[in-house]
Design a protein around this ligand. Structure first.
Ligand SMILES: N[C@@H](CCC[C@H](N)C(=O)O)C(=O)O
Length: 257
Protein backbone atom coordinates (compact mmCIF):
# COMPACT_ATOMS: atom_id res chain seq x y z
CA UNK A 1 0.00 0.00 0.00
CA UNK A 2 1.39 3.41 -1.00
CA UNK A 3 1.79 6.06 1.70
CA UNK A 4 3.31 9.48 2.21
CA UNK A 5 4.62 10.90 5.48
CA UNK A 6 4.03 14.57 6.16
CA UNK A 7 3.71 17.15 8.90
CA UNK A 8 2.42 20.60 9.69
CA UNK A 9 4.54 22.24 12.43
CA UNK A 10 5.47 18.78 13.70
CA UNK A 11 1.90 17.44 13.85
CA UNK A 12 2.63 14.38 11.72
CA UNK A 13 0.47 12.25 9.47
CA UNK A 14 0.51 9.19 7.29
CA UNK A 15 -1.28 10.10 4.05
CA UNK A 16 -3.01 7.22 2.27
CA UNK A 17 -4.07 7.84 -1.34
CA UNK A 18 -7.27 5.79 -1.74
CA UNK A 19 -9.19 7.41 -4.61
CA UNK A 20 -11.76 4.60 -4.92
CA UNK A 21 -12.32 4.21 -1.18
CA UNK A 22 -11.22 0.58 -1.49
CA UNK A 23 -9.20 0.43 1.72
CA UNK A 24 -10.79 -1.10 4.83
CA UNK A 25 -9.27 1.41 7.26
CA UNK A 26 -10.10 -0.29 10.54
CA UNK A 27 -9.16 1.26 13.92
CA UNK A 28 -6.62 -1.54 14.35
CA UNK A 29 -4.96 -0.71 11.00
CA UNK A 30 -4.85 2.99 11.97
CA UNK A 31 -3.20 2.15 15.32
CA UNK A 32 -0.66 -0.12 13.58
CA UNK A 33 0.29 2.50 10.96
CA UNK A 34 0.60 5.23 13.62
CA UNK A 35 2.73 3.07 15.94
CA UNK A 36 6.15 4.77 16.14
CA UNK A 37 8.05 1.51 16.68
CA UNK A 38 6.04 -1.22 14.97
CA UNK A 39 4.55 0.91 12.17
CA UNK A 40 5.31 4.14 10.32
CA UNK A 41 4.48 6.44 13.21
CA UNK A 42 2.19 9.45 13.21
CA UNK A 43 -0.29 11.50 15.22
CA UNK A 44 -2.98 10.58 12.72
CA UNK A 45 -3.98 9.30 9.29
CA UNK A 46 -5.21 11.32 6.31
CA UNK A 47 -6.95 9.07 3.80
CA UNK A 48 -7.59 10.77 0.46
CA UNK A 49 -10.83 9.52 -1.09
CA UNK A 50 -12.44 10.75 -4.29
CA UNK A 51 -16.08 11.58 -3.57
CA UNK A 52 -18.74 13.25 -5.73
CA UNK A 53 -16.16 14.78 -8.07
CA UNK A 54 -14.07 16.21 -5.25
CA UNK A 55 -11.52 14.95 -2.69
CA UNK A 56 -12.49 14.03 0.87
CA UNK A 57 -10.08 14.12 3.83
CA UNK A 58 -10.85 11.08 5.97
CA UNK A 59 -8.98 11.97 9.19
CA UNK A 60 -8.33 9.45 12.02
CA UNK A 61 -6.56 9.95 15.35
CA UNK A 62 -3.64 7.62 16.14
CA UNK A 63 -5.84 5.61 18.56
CA UNK A 64 -8.16 4.74 15.65
CA UNK A 65 -10.94 7.18 16.52
CA UNK A 66 -12.54 9.58 14.05
CA UNK A 67 -12.46 13.35 14.60
CA UNK A 68 -14.64 16.03 13.04
CA UNK A 69 -11.75 18.23 11.93
CA UNK A 70 -7.96 18.48 11.87
CA UNK A 71 -6.52 21.89 11.01
CA UNK A 72 -2.91 20.86 10.44
CA UNK A 73 -4.12 17.75 8.66
CA UNK A 74 -6.13 19.93 6.28
CA UNK A 75 -3.05 22.03 5.50
CA UNK A 76 -1.04 18.86 4.83
CA UNK A 77 -3.91 17.44 2.76
CA UNK A 78 -3.91 20.55 0.55
CA UNK A 79 -0.13 20.21 0.09
CA UNK A 80 -0.59 16.55 -0.91
CA UNK A 81 -3.38 17.26 -3.43
CA UNK A 82 -1.39 20.00 -5.17
CA UNK A 83 1.99 18.17 -5.06
CA UNK A 84 0.42 15.05 -6.59
CA UNK A 85 -1.27 17.10 -9.32
CA UNK A 86 -4.70 15.94 -8.15
CA UNK A 87 -5.98 19.50 -7.75
CA UNK A 88 -4.62 22.73 -9.22
CA UNK A 89 -3.44 25.42 -6.79
CA UNK A 90 -2.92 27.93 -5.46
CA UNK A 91 -6.59 28.01 -4.36
CA UNK A 92 -8.40 24.75 -3.83
CA UNK A 93 -11.13 23.14 -1.79
CA UNK A 94 -11.93 19.64 -0.50
CA UNK A 95 -14.38 17.92 1.80
CA UNK A 96 -13.92 17.18 5.50
CA UNK A 97 -16.31 15.83 8.15
CA UNK A 98 -16.86 19.48 9.14
CA UNK A 99 -17.78 20.60 5.64
CA UNK A 100 -15.85 22.00 2.70
CA UNK A 101 -12.41 23.49 3.49
CA UNK A 102 -10.83 26.14 1.30
CA UNK A 103 -7.04 26.28 1.12
CA UNK A 104 -4.50 28.68 -0.32
CA UNK A 105 -0.94 27.57 -1.11
CA UNK A 106 1.59 30.40 -0.62
CA UNK A 107 5.01 28.79 -1.16
CA UNK A 108 6.02 26.92 1.98
CA UNK A 109 2.92 28.13 3.79
CA UNK A 110 -0.58 26.80 3.43
CA UNK A 111 -3.61 28.60 4.84
CA UNK A 112 -6.91 26.86 5.31
CA UNK A 113 -10.29 28.31 6.17
CA UNK A 114 -12.32 26.67 8.90
CA UNK A 115 -15.41 27.57 10.84
CA UNK A 116 -15.19 30.54 13.24
CA UNK A 117 -14.47 29.15 16.74
CA UNK A 118 -17.44 29.38 19.13
CA UNK A 119 -16.76 30.24 22.77
CA UNK A 120 -19.03 28.04 24.88
CA UNK A 121 -18.26 29.11 28.47
CA UNK A 122 -16.15 27.85 31.34
CA UNK A 123 -14.95 24.28 31.75
CA UNK A 124 -12.26 22.41 33.63
CA UNK A 125 -9.93 19.42 33.37
CA UNK A 126 -7.27 17.83 35.55
CA UNK A 127 -3.76 17.39 34.14
CA UNK A 128 -1.54 15.38 36.47
CA UNK A 129 -2.15 16.84 39.92
CA UNK A 130 -3.35 20.19 38.57
CA UNK A 131 -6.98 21.08 37.93
CA UNK A 132 -7.27 23.90 35.41
CA UNK A 133 -10.27 26.01 34.51
CA UNK A 134 -10.58 27.48 31.04
CA UNK A 135 -12.83 28.23 28.08
CA UNK A 136 -14.65 25.55 26.14
CA UNK A 137 -14.40 26.21 22.41
CA UNK A 138 -16.04 24.51 19.43
CA UNK A 139 -13.90 24.46 16.27
CA UNK A 140 -15.89 21.62 14.74
CA UNK A 141 -14.11 19.48 17.31
CA UNK A 142 -14.13 20.18 21.08
CA UNK A 143 -11.42 22.14 22.92
CA UNK A 144 -10.71 23.45 26.41
CA UNK A 145 -8.25 26.38 26.48
CA UNK A 146 -6.59 27.07 29.83
CA UNK A 147 -4.39 30.09 30.50
CA UNK A 148 -1.32 29.25 32.60
CA UNK A 149 1.74 31.27 33.66
CA UNK A 150 4.24 28.78 32.19
CA UNK A 151 3.27 26.07 29.67
CA UNK A 152 6.56 24.20 30.11
CA UNK A 153 5.73 22.96 33.62
CA UNK A 154 2.33 21.44 32.79
CA UNK A 155 2.17 17.63 32.91
CA UNK A 156 0.75 16.38 29.59
CA UNK A 157 2.02 12.83 29.98
CA UNK A 158 -1.41 11.31 30.64
CA UNK A 159 -4.92 11.96 29.32
CA UNK A 160 -6.76 14.83 31.00
CA UNK A 161 -9.49 13.87 33.45
CA UNK A 162 -12.76 15.74 32.91
CA UNK A 163 -16.47 15.56 33.60
CA UNK A 164 -17.98 13.62 30.66
CA UNK A 165 -21.25 15.52 31.04
CA UNK A 166 -19.30 18.70 30.12
CA UNK A 167 -17.45 17.05 27.23
CA UNK A 168 -19.58 14.10 26.07
CA UNK A 169 -17.43 13.62 22.93
CA UNK A 170 -14.12 14.05 24.81
CA UNK A 171 -11.93 17.12 24.54
CA UNK A 172 -8.59 18.43 23.29
CA UNK A 173 -6.92 20.43 26.08
CA UNK A 174 -4.66 23.42 25.27
CA UNK A 175 -2.58 25.36 27.77
CA UNK A 176 -1.44 28.84 26.72
CA UNK A 177 0.69 31.51 28.34
CA UNK A 178 0.30 35.28 27.90
CA UNK A 179 3.08 35.38 25.26
CA UNK A 180 1.11 33.05 22.93
CA UNK A 181 3.02 29.83 23.65
CA UNK A 182 0.77 26.79 23.50
CA UNK A 183 0.96 23.08 24.33
CA UNK A 184 -1.76 20.54 23.71
CA UNK A 185 -3.01 17.12 24.76
CA UNK A 186 -5.03 15.89 21.81
CA UNK A 187 -8.04 13.62 22.17
CA UNK A 188 -7.10 10.33 20.56
CA UNK A 189 -3.42 11.17 19.98
CA UNK A 190 -1.82 12.38 23.23
CA UNK A 191 0.57 15.31 23.43
CA UNK A 192 1.45 16.52 19.92
CA UNK A 193 3.87 19.22 18.74
CA UNK A 194 1.03 21.24 17.24
CA UNK A 195 -2.74 21.26 16.84
CA UNK A 196 -4.28 23.54 14.22
CA UNK A 197 -7.83 23.56 15.51
CA UNK A 198 -6.33 23.98 18.99
CA UNK A 199 -4.41 27.06 17.82
CA UNK A 200 -7.68 28.49 16.44
CA UNK A 201 -9.37 27.83 19.79
CA UNK A 202 -6.48 29.51 21.63
CA UNK A 203 -6.60 32.53 19.30
CA UNK A 204 -10.34 32.90 19.89
CA UNK A 205 -9.75 32.94 23.66
CA UNK A 206 -6.81 35.39 23.44
CA UNK A 207 -8.90 37.69 21.21
CA UNK A 208 -11.80 37.35 23.69
CA UNK A 209 -14.32 36.84 20.91
CA UNK A 210 -13.13 39.67 18.62
CA UNK A 211 -11.77 39.37 15.09
CA UNK A 212 -8.02 39.66 14.59
CA UNK A 213 -4.74 37.92 13.82
CA UNK A 214 -2.64 36.09 16.43
CA UNK A 215 0.64 34.18 16.02
CA UNK A 216 0.63 31.01 18.10
CA UNK A 217 3.92 29.35 19.04
CA UNK A 218 3.66 25.59 19.34
CA UNK A 219 6.42 23.11 20.12
CA UNK A 220 6.81 22.41 16.39
CA UNK A 221 6.99 26.01 15.16
CA UNK A 222 4.57 28.86 14.57
CA UNK A 223 1.11 29.06 13.05
CA UNK A 224 -0.88 32.22 12.46
CA UNK A 225 -4.61 32.40 13.09
CA UNK A 226 -6.86 35.06 11.61
CA UNK A 227 -10.40 35.19 12.92
CA UNK A 228 -12.92 36.86 10.64
CA UNK A 229 -16.65 37.39 11.12
CA UNK A 230 -17.68 34.22 9.32
CA UNK A 231 -14.59 32.02 9.40
CA UNK A 232 -11.11 31.42 10.71
CA UNK A 233 -7.86 31.06 8.76
CA UNK A 234 -5.01 28.84 9.95
CA UNK A 235 -1.67 29.45 8.20
CA UNK A 236 1.69 27.75 8.55
CA UNK A 237 4.11 25.34 6.89
CA UNK A 238 3.02 21.93 5.58
CA UNK A 239 5.70 19.52 4.37
CA UNK A 240 5.70 16.16 2.57
CA UNK A 241 8.81 14.41 3.92
CA UNK A 242 8.76 10.88 2.49
CA UNK A 243 6.83 8.35 0.50
CA UNK A 244 6.95 4.59 0.14
CA UNK A 245 5.00 1.39 0.40
CA UNK A 246 3.95 -0.40 3.55
CA UNK A 247 3.56 -4.17 3.79
CA UNK A 248 0.33 -4.22 5.73
CA UNK A 249 0.21 -7.99 6.35
CA UNK A 250 3.80 -8.08 7.64
CA UNK A 251 3.27 -5.01 9.79
CA UNK A 252 0.11 -6.44 11.39
CA UNK A 253 1.63 -9.90 11.86
CA UNK A 254 4.71 -8.59 13.67
CA UNK A 255 2.85 -6.49 16.25
CA UNK A 256 3.12 -7.63 19.87
CA UNK A 257 -0.19 -8.65 21.50
N1 LIG B 1 -4.16 17.82 15.21
C1 LIG B 1 -5.40 18.27 14.74
C2 LIG B 1 -6.62 17.86 15.53
C3 LIG B 1 -6.90 16.37 15.35
C4 LIG B 1 -8.21 15.91 15.95
C5 LIG B 1 -8.21 15.92 17.46
N2 LIG B 1 -7.23 15.03 18.03
C6 LIG B 1 -9.61 15.52 17.94
O1 LIG B 1 -9.84 14.36 18.28
O2 LIG B 1 -10.48 16.40 17.94
C7 LIG B 1 -5.41 19.71 14.30
O3 LIG B 1 -4.37 20.14 13.78
O4 LIG B 1 -6.44 20.38 14.38
Amino acid sequence: MRFLKAHGTGNDFVVLPDPDGALDLTPDLVRALCDRRFGIGADGILRAVRQDGSWFMDYRNSDGTVAEMCGNGARVFARFLVAEGLVAGPKLSFGTRDGVSEAVVEGAEIAIAMRRPRLLGRGSATLGSLTLTGESVDVGNPHLVCRVPDVSVIDLSAPPVFDPSSFPEGVNVEVVSADGRMRVYERGSGETLSCGTGACAVAAVLLEGSNGTVPIDVAGGRVTVTIESERCWLAGPAVLVAEGTVSVDQMLAARPL
